[in-house]
Design a protein around this ligand. Structure first.
Ligand SMILES: [Zn+2]
Length: 371
């Protein structure tokens, strides 16, 4: 097994998007606490993600945007014109005390992840996965785009063929926009159809460049695995990547409030397990995930897999207490099963004809001959 490193930071515990923002829930901090309570991370497996400097951030983001982000963090005020130009100060991308430092730490963490896997290995940038971030403005809760930096860093270090796989319920419009023409980057996203940001439609498929699978609402484990086994895995194998960058968003899980997909974490564990076998360099990041229980359980299980451990069947009392102590602003209280295990009951179901047809259509667009 190649070495694995978990990259976190206390900035995610000590900062808040504020108010009723969907990200104002414990996520990275809950995962770190849960991992420690279960005892599945040795001291040498953990590193703190550094905060990326403005000069570095300007290699992808525009200098004007970075300067406004820094200035607004300091003053906690934004002019009407800047708010409009940079899409800041909205409900989605609010002005808050760590609005520069927090995403800059995500960039630093994902850059560190790229450095760590270069000679083979796995790294988990827990606070990374800001896949909507644009070069010149904030977008969809993402002020910066750590994934673009990680891919560029792999290139700088001599890795050419990179496959980016996005497990989030939303399409990765920021990553796609960052690499409009790049023959050595295969961007793969299976996301919910007709959902914000409304990109990643079936027409956005291009051989070995863009694999977009818009999944129908209520997609279950059976359908998701069908898509991966018949479409995603074979096309990834054909591409022969030298490294994988996986955005491991947790909002495709059934109990997440921001999508209508209906997956259990069991199918995402299976998918990650197969992906880990496709390359000996793997960067995994966080992403969406707006239910504190489902997101912290999934990412804890992801770390177990990434680090070569098995996913715990049962939890120690301290871990259960920790899950019980989490809270969110919604009235819904978590089901008992979300508090006692990091494994969901699988959500197998009917394989709908529309999913079969979708896979067939996309295969044709990729000129993949099934026989
Ligand atoms: Zn998402």
């Amino acid at each position: 097994m190649s070495k694995a490193v978990l990259i976190g930071s206390e900035i995610y515990r000590n900062s808040q998007f504020g108010g009723k923002h969907p990200l104002s829930i414990p996520r990275v901090s809950a995962v770190l606490d849960l991992i420690r309570a279960i005892g599945i991370c040795d001291k040498e497996e953990y590193q703190t993600g550094p905060c990326a400097k403005p000069e570095l951030l300007q290699r992808f983001h525009t200098p004007e945007y970075i300067s406004v982000l820094k200035k607004t963090e300091a003053s906690q005020e934004i002019s009407e014109i800047d708010a409009k130009t940079y899409n800041i100060g909205s409900l989605s991308n609010p002005v808050f005390p760590e609005m520069f430092k927090r995403p800059a730490t995500s960039v630093g963490s994902s850059l560190l992840a790229a450095d760590l896997v270069i000679d083979g290995g796995r790294a988990y940038s827990l606070g990374g996965g800001l896949h909507h971030g644009m070069a010149g403005y904030a977008n969809g809760f993402c002020f910066l785009n750590d994934l673009a930096f990680a891919i560029h860093r792999l290139r700088e270090l001599g890795i050419q063929r990179v496959a980016y796989i996005d497990l989030d319920a939303h399409h990765c419009d920021g990553v796609t926009a960052a690499f409009p023409e790049d023959e050595n980057l295969f961007i793969v996203s299976a996301h919910e159809e007709k959902r914000w940001p409304f990109t990643g439609g079936i027409e956005e498929n291009l051989v070995d460049r863009f694999l977009n699978v818009p999944l129908p609402s209520q997609c279950n484990d059976t359908e998701y695995m069908f898509v991966f086994e018949n479409l995603v895995f074979p096309l990834l194998e054909r591409f022969q990547p030298e490294a994988l960058v996986i955005q491991g968003g947790a909002d495709a899980l059934k109990d997440d409030p921001m999508s209508r997909l209906s997956l259990s974490n069991q199918v995402l564990y299976k998918v990650l397990g197969v992906l880990l076998g496709l390359s000996h360099r793997v960067i995994l990041t966080g992403g969406g995930g707006y239910n504190p229980w489902t997101v912290s359980r999934l990412w804890t299980g992801f770390w177990a897999l990434l680090s070569g451990r098995s996913i715990p069947e049962s939890l120690p009392a301290t871990a259960i207490d920790l899950l019980k102590s989490l809270s969110w602003q919604r009235k819904t209280v978590p089901k008992e099963s979300l508090l006692t295990s990091v494994r969901d009951i699988p959500l197998e179901g009917q394989l709908r004809m529309e999913v079969r047809n979708l896979v067939e259509q996309v295969l044709i667009l990729h000129r993949y001959n099934v026989n």
